[in-house]
Design a protein around this ligand. Structure first.
Ligand SMILES: NC(=O)C1=CN([C@@H]2O[C@H](COP(=O)(O)OP(=O)(O)OC[C@H]3O[C@@H](n4cnc5c(N)ncnc54)[C@H](O)[C@@H]3O)[C@@H](O)[C@H]2O)C=CC1
Ligand SMILES: O=C(O)C1=NCCCC1
Length: 312
């Protein structure tokens, strides 16, 4: 290795990566991605290596943004852990490279990047697709993504009520004691979801947790979990009834159980809504199926690195 890369820790990434920067930069990246111009963005479908023995997966997610001169790859491991396990469900590292020379310029924690950039993309979908006068937010799940989603959605929007459901009520209570604002802990998904305007699913479920019959017509659902072709968070009724948006069509048709197994038709990518080539049907029930993209990590890593450099 000719030059030693900079190492940026989890705590440093936490301090350096701001939601406000993420939202504006991710909007530009998603809009560009959806134009499918290889002179602008190159992002192959991620490689997923099963770690069957440990009930987990390793994902490798390279991306190159040509004009911005950003080349990066994330390695992310994720596991279906037993409740109470000492090991984290997700761990990630992002490598930022110099595209001209090919050397690694920075190695940084990718776990916080994954938490923040996923929530920022969900906030972008909420911005475009939530119904008018959205007042009630519902979060299903109480892990790391639930926290980052709570943070950004309460920063960007003025919901009157925030409801939370988690499989284990004590986890939901712990969540509500960690966050700054008020949270209504609900004892069932039905109670949490009924009447909600925006519903975020951030669980490790393999079977549907949210049923279409509980969803208010016109609600916006952001489905973040179920990132394997045989995993589900949403039932067939909801998937077939809603107008379905995704981050990447290729990823959705190869990785999303909710899309593949329901046979739902994908209406548009979020990037197409941002770049104006497809409408935002905010008057209808909408689902944004998020799977996560290498360009989201690449953009985030560059923001972290630039902030880090400006402080040296
Ligand atoms: N779309 C994307 O870009 C990304 C998606 N994810 C996915 O988001 C989901 C949440 O991730 P984290 O919050 O980091 O995980 P976490 O492990 O911190 O939290 C998972 C939550 O799901 C709950 N849960 C587990 N099994 C369940 C079941 N069978 N039914 C209902 N709830 C269940 C747990 O109680 C916990 O509240 C995961 O599926 C993860 O793979 C994670 C990163 C990026
Ligand atoms: O985009 C990511 O990062 C992930 N997506 C789905 C599952 C784990 C991590």
């Amino acid at each position: 290795m000719a030059e030693i890369p900079v190492l940026i820790s989890r705590d440093e990434v936490k301090g350096l990566l701001k939601y406000s920067d993420l939202v504006s930069h991710l909007e530009v990246a998603l809009a560009k991605f959806s134009k499918r111009n290889a002179e602008e963005v190159i992002q192959p479908l991620r490689t997923i290596l099963p770690l069957e023995r440990y009930n987990g997966f390793l994902g490798v997610m390279p991306a190159y943004m040509v004009q911005e001169n950003i080349l990066a790859t994330k390695m992310v491991s994720f596991y279906q852990r037993d409740e109470g396990s000492d090991f984290p469900a997700h761990q990630a590292t992002v490598l930022l490279l110099d595209p001209q020379r090919g050397n690694v310029t920075a190695v940084m924690d990718g776990t916080v990047i994954t938490e923040k950039r996923t929530a920022a993309v969900s906030a972008i979908s909420t911005k475009f697709l939530r119904p008018p006068h959205a007042e009630v937010l519902c979060i299903l799940g109480s892990g790391s993504q639930a926290l980052s989603h709570y943070e950004i959605l309460t920063q960007m929007f003025s919901f009157k009520e925030i409801r939370l459901w988690s499989r284990r009520k004590e986890k939901a209570k712990m969540f509500s004691s960690k966050v700054k604002g008020p949270v209504t802990v609900c004892s069932s998904v039905k109670n949490a979801a009924e009447g909600a305007d925006v519903i975020i699913t951030v669980t490790m479920a393999k079977e549907p947790v949210l049923q279409g019959q509980w969803v208010k017509p016109g609600a916006h659902i952001v489905a973040v979990g179920a990132c394997r072709p045989d995993w589900r968070e949403l039932d067939d009724d909801l998937m077939r009834e809603a107008v379905v948006y995704v981050d990447s069509r290729e990823a959705a048709s190869s990785e999303s159980g909710d899309v593949i197994l329901s046979g739902a038709v994908v209406f548009a990518e979020l990037g197409e809504v941002i770049n104006g080539s497809k409408p935002a049907h905010s008057e209808r029930t909408t689902v944004f199926k998020s799977l996560g993209m290498g360009i989201q990590d690449a953009v985030s890593a560059k923001l972290v690195f630039d902030q880090w450099k400006s402080q040296q």
